[in-house]
Design a protein around this ligand. Structure first.
Ligand SMILES: *Cc1c(COP(=O)(O)O)cnc(C)c1O
Length: 383
């Protein structure tokens, strides 16, 4: 194995917006000195919404203050509240449960598919009751949830479908973009996401005109955008920043190239790791429908040892979600007593994610793959 190309390879990109610094300074100046002094929800935000909607053929895109807030706005627009249940994944990030609880409803945790690591439609269906208002399916790491099954299930059972596509920008399944399978979808622009930015923001995606109008009202204190200080609904402050809107419009042109570079790195990892399956390390397959290059995650029973091996060789890995959601202190009181989520528990013990960002060099990517392969050699005693 060769020496690491740099002292350590960080998990998150150390210079995300380096090339965009001049452009960002220019935008700050332009917005800051603009005649109308409009810093939120102005023409730039509207242009970004239209550009994103056009990219995926969505009926409407509504910018808001984060991916989490997008979920909150969608739940509110769907009138999800006390007495309602929302079926959510047992494995994933906190907002999947927290936003439902904040809405006054109850999250009902469904186990995940052991291979996709996304919520299992059959497990979700078994949990539908007369109180169920919505299913919340979330894409994970680099794999879309089984959205055709969820779409069919939601239609058959007459419940709303929320698609948490916060991290799946660029994904497509059967030709349909991530974010367009649900009654509403969303993106997050927090910096580490594929269309991340140096600040907080997100969008709601929907073809439902009424839902879009409600989300627009709810993001700005329930006002309709025409009459100030008339509050039709109890809303939120979830507005979007004009500097960030202009910056995202500028960065949109390079998004496909950055996604392609990420996909190239994923494909390389998967080619290198395919033979490791027989040594107990499972990697996602190379490419395929419903894939998107956000976080590259492998599964191994030796997760903690692999993490330590990578760290010792200068590669920083990351363990997302070491506990299933129902096992989190905050959410355990809402979990079904006696419930068990064996696939979520297994994923929480076995997943580990490798560095993946467009500005990794080929040498770094090769070194990371070498380091993972060397670990499985050592474990097998072949060295
Ligand atoms: C990132 C993420 C969120 C939250 O987005 P924020 O912008 O950080 O609030 C929600 N759901 C999923 C699946 C995410 O990956």
């Amino acid at each position: 194995m060769t020496a690491p190309p740099v002292a350590t390879i960080p998990f998150f990109s150390p210079d995300l917006f380096e090339e965009d610094r001049e452009a960002l300074l220019h935008i700050v100046h332009a917005v800051g000195t603009g005649r109308d002094q409009k810093f939120i929800l102005g023409e730039r935000t509207a242009r970004l919404e239209r550009a994103l909607a056009a990219r995926i053929g969505a009926g409407d895109v509504v910018a808001c203050s984060s991916g989490t807030s997008a979920l909150t706005l969608v739940l509110a627009a769907m009138d999800v509240g006390p007495g309602d249940e929302v079926v959510v994944p047992a494995f994933g990030c906190a907002p999947l449960a927290a936003t439902v609880i904040d809405a006054g409803a109850r999250p009902v945790f469904a186990d995940i598919d052991p291979v996709r690591l996304t919520v299992d439609p059959a497990a979700a269906e078994a949990l539908i009751t007369p109180r169920t208002r919505a299913l919340l399916a979330a894409h994970m790491f680099s794999v879309m949830a089984d959205m055709p099954a969820f779409r069919a299930l939601a239609d058959r059972r007459g419940v709303r479908l929320i698609e948490d596509s916060a991290l799946a920008q660029g994904g497509r399944l059967r030709g349909r973009p991530a974010g367009r399978w649900g009654d509403a979808g969303l993106y997050s622009f927090v910096q580490v996401k594929t269309f991340g930015m140096p600040g907080e923001g997100g969008v709601v995606i929907t073809d439902d005109v009424g839902l879009a109008a409600d989300v627009r009202m709810l993001r700005n204190h329930g006002q309709d955008g025409v009459h100030r200080f008339v509050h039709h609904r109890i809303g939120h402050n979830s507005r979007f920043d004009e500097v960030m809107a202009a910056f995202q419009l500028y960065r949109l042109a390079g998004l496909d190239d950055r996604l392609a570079r990420r996909a190239e790195i994923c494909a390389y990892y998967s080619r290198r790791f395919a033979p490791l399956a027989e040594r107990g390390l499972t990697a996602p397959p190379e490419g395929g429908d419903g894939r998107f290059p956000y976080v590259y995650t492998v599964l191994t029973d030796d997760r903690d040892a692999l993490d330590a091996h990578l760290a010792a060789h200068g590669v920083t890995a990351h363990v997302y979600y070491p506990r299933p959601l129902p096992a989190q202190p905050a959410f355990a009181p809402y979990a079904r007593p006696g419930g068990s989520w064996p696939n979520a528990e297994s994923a929480a013990r076995r997943t580990i994610s490798l560095p993946l960002y467009p500005n990794l060099t080929d040498a770094q990517v090769e070194y990371i793959a070498d380091t993972v392969c060397a670990f499985t050699d050592v474990r097998r005693g072949t060295r």
